[in-house]
Design a binder for this molecule. Structure first.
Ligand SMILES: [Zn+2]
Length: 415
């Protein structure tokens, strides 16, 4: 390997030098079958001769640049991206069971979602390549993320989103000054159209499981978890799953640490899907992928054909990951419980990971003394509609103390 990294095809194993813009393994992509998950998705493999003697302290001191697919951390946005807090939750109902619970709060990213990690890496790479326009198809979070990161970087974002995406996310895209192309169709339609437009206009595209660099951004959460646990691996990480890209990213981060000789093992990753959109879990280990129509209120993980199914499946089988399904009702209840018990208000897709943790705990799968991490991928303010049925905003009281007293007596039992 003569470059800093090569790309390796997830399906055929072929390596492609890491120079310039590369998306898929063309040998495998041409054999793509209708209705099946994308073939030929690439993974970044770092040049082992450049990693000799790498320590985790050095990696942290250099902001992980040895394991990132560009050359200078100065190419990253000036906004703090990643480096999100991880909270130890103890003494709460949610954390009873003789184990440790940590919540990695990625809603604290610049655009309030985990996707900023991927946008930052793609944007930094584009900057070093002299590219000024970046495209994305998105159900909302990836688009609002790319729009915000591009605004910080002086780049132009073009976002293809289903017209039905949550209003807060579409609002963000427009406020960040991106070009929004609302598509009269679903995410798959927006995805295909964005790739066609990218080819047609000669742009650069961020789409996950198409652009291999998004995983390189997402994996940094795994590095931070290891760092924040005092250079220890967790026993278990609960990850919300739609396309399988965040799952693959978390695996890739821990795998990079393992392959660099920094760690000696892998944590158990628990893939949590909404029961109404569980094609990734349901097709694990199957010969042919069968797509069931998806329906869940957790819009960011509502996916028919998971774009990174093949890589996620390979990781889950290789490292013996677990899979859990949670109902929409369980997601809403988890969202309410998390907000009320910890002050962390997560969007439904993110609350799904917490619902998965609660379910695992109820089933006795979180062993005594183990370290469990729940990945919160986005802020609840991004999608307020799904939690409305939980709320009962009271009628206004007259502005006098008697009205307040009778209100508190009748409605709350506080006085
Ligand atoms: Zn291939």
């Amino acid at each position: 390997m003569s470059s800093k990294f090569n790309y390796q095809c997830n399906d055929c194993g072929r390596e492609i030098p890491g120079h310039g813009i590369v998306y898929l393994c063309e040998d495998c992509a041409v054999r793509q079958k209708e209705g099946q998950p994308p073939a030929g998705v690439l993974k970044v493999i770092y040049n082992p001769s450049l990693l000799r003697g790498l320590t985790f302290r050095k990696l942290v001191a250099n902001r992980f640049i040895e394991l990132l697919p560009f050359n200078d951390t100065g190419s990253l946005p000036f906004l703090r991206t990643g480096n999100t807090p991880m909270y130890r939750i103890s003494g709460r109902e949610a954390a009873i069971g003789g184990h440790e619970l940590f919540i990695k709060d990625d809603s604290q990213n610049p655009t309030f979602s985990f996707k900023d990690r991927a946008s930052a890496v793609v944007s930094a790479f584009a900057k070093e390549q002299g590219i000024s326009t970046i495209v994305a198809a998105s159900t909302g979070n990836a688009g609002s993320s790319l729009a915000g990161i591009c605004a910080a970087q002086g780049q132009k974002a073009v976002i293809f989103a289903p017209a039905s995406a949550p209003a807060a996310k579409l609002t963000q895209i427009l406020m960040y000054g991106a070009i929004l192309v609302p598509v009269d169709g679903n995410y798959d339609n927006a995805f295909d159209l964005s790739i066609e437009a990218t080819k047609h206009f000669g742009w650069y595209i961020r789409n996950t499981a198409y652009n291999p660099l998004t995983i390189e951004g997402k994996k940094t959460a795994a590095f931070e978890i290891y760092s924040q646990l005092g250079h220890r691996l967790p026993d278990r990480v609960f990850v919300p799953v739609g396309d399988g890209v965040i799952l693959s990213g978390i695996y890739k981060g821990f795998e990079d640490l393992l392959k660099s000789g920094i760690t000696g093992g892998m944590p158990e990753i628990v893939a949590v899907q909404a029961a109404g959109s569980s094609n990734l879990i349901d097709n694990l280990g199957k010969k042919a992928f069968i797509c069931m129509p998806s329906s869940t209120l957790a819009d960011s993980i509502s996916v028919d054909i998971p774009r990174n199914f093949r890589m996620a499946e390979k990781y889950l089988l290789q490292y013996k990951g677990k899979a859990l399904k949670v109902s929409d009702q369980q997601i809403l209840e988890a969202s309410r419980q998390l907000s009320a018990q910890t002050g962390l208000f997560a969007e439904p897709a993110a609350a799904a990971a917490f619902a998965g943790y609660l379910l695992a705990n109820a089933k006795g799968l979180t062993g005594k003394g183990t370290i469990n991490v729940v990945l919160l991928t986005g802020s609840g303010l991004k999608d307020l509609k799904p939690v409305q049925p939980l709320l009962n905003i009271p009628e206004a009281v007259k502005p006098d103390i008697h009205s307040v007293t009778s209100f508190l007596k009748d409605k709350t039992g506080l006085v």
